[in-house]
Design a protein around this ligand. Structure first.
Ligand SMILES: Cc1cc2nc3c(=O)[nH]c(=O)nc-3n(C[C@H](O)[C@H](O)[C@H](O)COP(=O)(O)O)c2cc1C
Length: 272
């Protein structure tokens, strides 16, 4: 918690812009949640489960609630719980993701969202993806894998090169992960992690039960590697959008290029 407080403090010093603090059910930490509300981010984002009364608590603290969902039932639930923004995450997304593709999911979530803005996530890495998401009815996008391959991202250069070299079919859904990482401690939606195949994964794939018996020994090693920026030696999260990533760029260049390309594409479509 002191580390997190220090990070939030640094963030405030580095930007006047708004930011969100993310929580998930894996594991959910009540003390960290309460402290994050006290830090007054513009929004709290949440993934992997029914948030229950958390949105209400965020609203009482003056924060918006952003809920990431993987299917239309979760979208309905998020809206019932008071989500201010819904992120509809297609199954091609990196990290924990579901089974409905972005192309199919976005219009369905838009249909149930009413006035609640929808951001599209999963498989979007450039202006073409942003233009497509807007065409499907989303108001914006959330990109993950593309920013992993950014100059600022504090992962090892080898990991970034691995992302540049990888193709879409290298980013696979893998059940192994759930025995390695810290456990869920709140009601959650089961979703496998999407990650790049590594020698570690090839060694353990299909041996989930055996890995479970060694999780106490190997899990902390994987977490420590992740914290040191060497997560690519174990189970590196990445989406199918790796196939679209050909270089490492500063985050601002990625954002600017994505928006400019989408504007150009949409203008061209309009003029036709
Ligand atoms: C390395 C990595 C870590 C992620 N960790 C989280 C997380 O802690 N919480 C969360 O809500 N989503 C997390 N996600 C999922 C993203 O929020 C988002 O849905 C996803 O990156 C979008 O798909 P894309 O990777 O194709 O851009 C993660 C994604 C990646 C690639």
């Amino acid at each position: 918690l002191p580390d997190l407080r220090e990070q939030w403090h640094r963030l405030r010093q580095l930007t006047d812009h708004q930011f969100a603090i993310n929580h998930t059910a894996r594991p959910f930490d009540e003390d960290v949640f309460a402290a994050s509300l006290a830090a007054r981010p513009a929004a709290v984002s949440y993934h992997l489960g029914d948030p229950g009364d958390l949105p209400e608590r965020a609203h009482q603290a003056g924060c918006k609630w952003i809920q990431q969902v993987m299917d239309v039932d979760q979208a309905r639930q998020a809206i019932d719980r008071g989500a201010d923004v819904v992120i509809a995450q297609g199954g091609e997304a990196g990290g924990h993701s579901g089974f409905v593709s972005t192309m199919v999911l976005i219009p369905q979530v838009v249909d149930v969202a009413g006035d609640v803005p929808v951001a599209a996530a999963g498989g979007i890495a450039d202006g073409r993806g942003l233009a497509a998401a807007l065409a499907l009815g989303a108001q914006g996008v959330a990109m993950g894998t593309r920013f992993l391959a950014s100059t600022e991202m504090s992962i090892s250069p080898d990991w970034k090169q691995m992302l540049v070299a990888a193709q879409s079919r290298d980013a696979v859904h893998e059940e192994l992960l759930d025995v390695l990482l810290p456990p869920y401690n709140r009601q959650h939606h089961p979703a496998p992690g999407r990650l790049l195949r590594t020698p570690f994964l090839r060694e353990w794939s299909g041996r989930r039960n055996e890995l479970a018996t060694r999780a106490a020994e190997i899990g902390p090693r994987a977490v420590a590697a992740l914290l040191e920026g060497r997560g690519h030696e174990y189970v590196p999260f990445a989406g199918q959008s790796v196939g679209l990533i050909e270089d490492i760029q500063p985050a601002a260049t990625i954002v600017k290029g994505t928006v400019e390309d989408a504007v150009r594409i949409l203008a061209k479509l309009n003029s036709g």
